[in-house]
Design a protein around this ligand. Structure first.
Ligand SMILES: [Zn+2]
Ligand SMILES: [Zn+2]
Length: 135
């Protein structure tokens, strides 16, 4: 489906195509650090479909344990992570951060990976007390 999204401050806006069935949760320690949270939900774009509509991304090159480099892109003003992708040329698949997608309600995770480094409590979130707004 066609999607569009933006960072928190509105400097970055983009559009892409992505299949909600491909939505996943990544529990790797890099995602924990780079998102500032316990895990990250992501969906791959259809190859070559990502288009930046406005703004200019700040890029951080991450080198994985395996030596693979990945481009982490985020808003230079507000720091919202937008996507990661490979460093090669040609049509790319962008791993879009689901929280930036306007249609994010449709992107329900179907798979969790790097669970070996998951924070143990994430498997039991449903049992915590809840409030509708700030506590
Ligand atoms: Zn921003
Ligand atoms: Zn990850």
């Amino acid at each position: 489906m066609k999607i569009d999204g933006a960072c928190h401050c509105g400097f970055i806006a983009y559009e892409a195509e992505a299949d909600p069935e491909m939505t996943g949760i990544c529990h790797c320690t890099d995602c924990q650090t780079l998102s500032g949270s316990a895990f990250r939900s992501v969906v791959p774009s259809r190859q070559g479909s990502f288009k930046l509509r406005s703004g200019e991304l700040k890029i951080y090159l991450k080198t994985a344990e395996s030596g693979t480099k990945r481009q982490q892109s985020f808003c230079p003003n507000c720091g919202t992570p937008i996507f990661s992708t490979t460093v090669d040329d040609g049509p790319k698949i962008h791993s879009i951060r689901v929280g930036t997608i306007r249609q994010r309600k449709e992107f329900v995770p179907k798979l969790q990976y790097w669970v070996r480094s998951a924070q143990h409590w994430t498997s039991d979130l449903g049992s915590l007390p809840k409030t509708e707004k700030q506590r």
